[in-house]
Structures are given as structure tokens and as C-alpha cells.
Design a protein around this ligand. Sequence first.
Ligand SMILES: Cc1ncc(C[n+]2csc(CCOP(=O)(O)OP(=O)(O)O)c2C)c(N)n1
Length: 309
Amino acid sequence: MASTPQSLTGIDLAEAAELAAQLRVDSVRSSTSAGSGHPTSSMSAADLLAVLIGRHLRYDWDNPRSDANDHLIFSKGHASPLLYSICKAVGVVSDEELMTGYRRFGSRLEGHPTPVLPWVDVATGSLGQGLPDGVGVALAGKYLDRLPYRVWVLCGDSEMAEGSIWEAIDKASYYQLPNLIAIVDVNRLGQRGPTELQWDLAADRLAADDIHARVIDLYSVKPIDTETLVAAAAVTNGRLIVAEDHHPEGGLCSAVTDALLEAGPQKLWVTHLAVREMPGSGTGDELLAAAGIDAQHIDSAARDLLNAT
Ligand SMILES: Cc1ncc(C[n+]2csc(CCOP(=O)(O)OP(=O)(O)O)c2C)c(N)n1
């Protein structure tokens, strides 16, 4: 078996971006060759996984049973093209196997990952399963094996609605598992449409009134894409809304304003929408409305900002 290319450990962010591009290409190539699969779900997580495997994951791909290895679980198992493209990138699966094996009967590159592959701990694909499995592995790491490995679990944002995910989070908190890291790929879409995050819907409503907002998804390999922010702030004359679906503390608002003040307009009008009260219970829409971060609140904040002088 080929060994892990040296270039995939400790890579810099430019190399990670290049690797992510290759993972996207291979995800599309393999699923196109099979005529089925989930290429887009794979592409949205490519940056995250490129940074993870190139900079953080401690893993000897030639020795998957090593006690020292971290664990990588694709809870959104339908993104299997991404996992298999990673296996190609680290040199343990050939391009030929990827292109002729993915989703073919009898092949080990099944539509959803299974432990028939030595780099896969648990079978996933039924959404909501991988994180609970990850909790189990992390419990073993902390209390049974007493080893310092970390457990990285990739989840989808729509998948987060599964009850089993919340039970897993509850147990991870109860048993205090700092060795468990859930990465949520917030690509805004589930199978049939947008998930609970509504910034795009607010922009549509504003556009209907001829108010043209720039929606910036801060998701990228670099934490802050200053160039894009500056370009958008120029169009909106320094008027800006930062909407965050969590407490304001430790969020992105100050990073965004710092980046803008350093590089862009020296005058900004900023509205920071975030969850400021303890959330209660209710539907997703009700909770967003109660926290003041739904489309309606973003819409009114944008209209108020237009009057700011
Ligand atoms: C329990 C379960 N229900 C439904 C499905 C079918 N399904 C496959 S992918 C998907 C959407 C997943 O959306 P998200 O979690 O946001 O991941 P994304 O593909 O957007 O990254 C659904 C509903 C499934 N695999 N498992």
C-alpha cells in the first residue's frame, strides 16, 4: 500500500485550498463515473476536510489500527465521495479504484462508508448515527483506553435536527468529552431546501422591495475574506448586519468589523443580531424569531440601517 504523502502533513492554508479543490474534483469525477452519489454534499465540506487532514488529524493511513490514531467519522455518510477522495489524496486508494469502484456492486467503496474499509470505524449513512457513534469512541478513549486520540465527526446542518444528535451532544456534555469534535458543515441546504438558517430568505424579501443586500457566507479556508467584505461594504456604504445563530460573545462580529476598519471604509454602521437570551423550546422558526435572528428581524434591521447617518 502506498504511504501517506509527506506533503499532506502540516500543509499551509494555500496548500489546503489546493487540496480542497482536488477533493472537489475527485468527488465530482467519482460520482459522475457511477452515475449517482452526493457530489455537492462532498464539495461543501472539502475545505473543512482539507484543513483537517492536512493540519490537524493525527493519523497513520498505513496503519489504521494504530492506538495512536485519531478517529474520523463521516456522520453525513452520504458525502462518501469526499471520504474516498481523501483516501486517494493520502495514497491508500488509487485513482483507478475510485473511478471504477465507487458505488459499484462488490466494491469496497460503497455508497455509504462501511468498516470494510480499514479507515472507517463505523457504518454511517442513516443521518444522526455518526455523532452518537463518535460519543462511544470518545468515551472509550477517555475512560477505557485512556489514550489521547481525538474523535472528529463530520455532520450536516440538516442532520442536526435528528434527535439522536441532540442525545449524543447531551451525553458528550454529561461525560465531559473534550476529545470529541463535531464539525457541522453549514451549507444551508438539506435534501429538499434550506435548513433553519434564513439569511438568504431575508435577502430575497429585501430584493423584492428593490433593496439589494450582499449576503456573504463567511465559510472559507481563511477565517475572514477581507477582500469580499470590503467590496460589499463599498456597495452598501459601510452598512452591515452580522447575524449569528449563537451568543454574541466569541462570535464573528468583531473580527468582521476589525477587518473592515483596517482595510475598508473608516465609517461603518453595524447591527449585530445574535442570540442574547437563554433559548426556550419551540419550532426552529419560532426559536429564530424569539432570538431576533429570523428573516423578519434581518429585514427590519436592514431597513433601519438604510436610515442611519
Ligand atoms: C435518517 C435519514 N433520513 C433521511 C436520509 C436521506 N438523506 C440523505 S442526505 C439528506 C440531506 C442531508 O442534509 P445535510 O445534513 O444538511 O447534509 P448536506 O448534504 O447538505 O451536507 C437526506 C435527508 C438519510 N440518509 N438518513
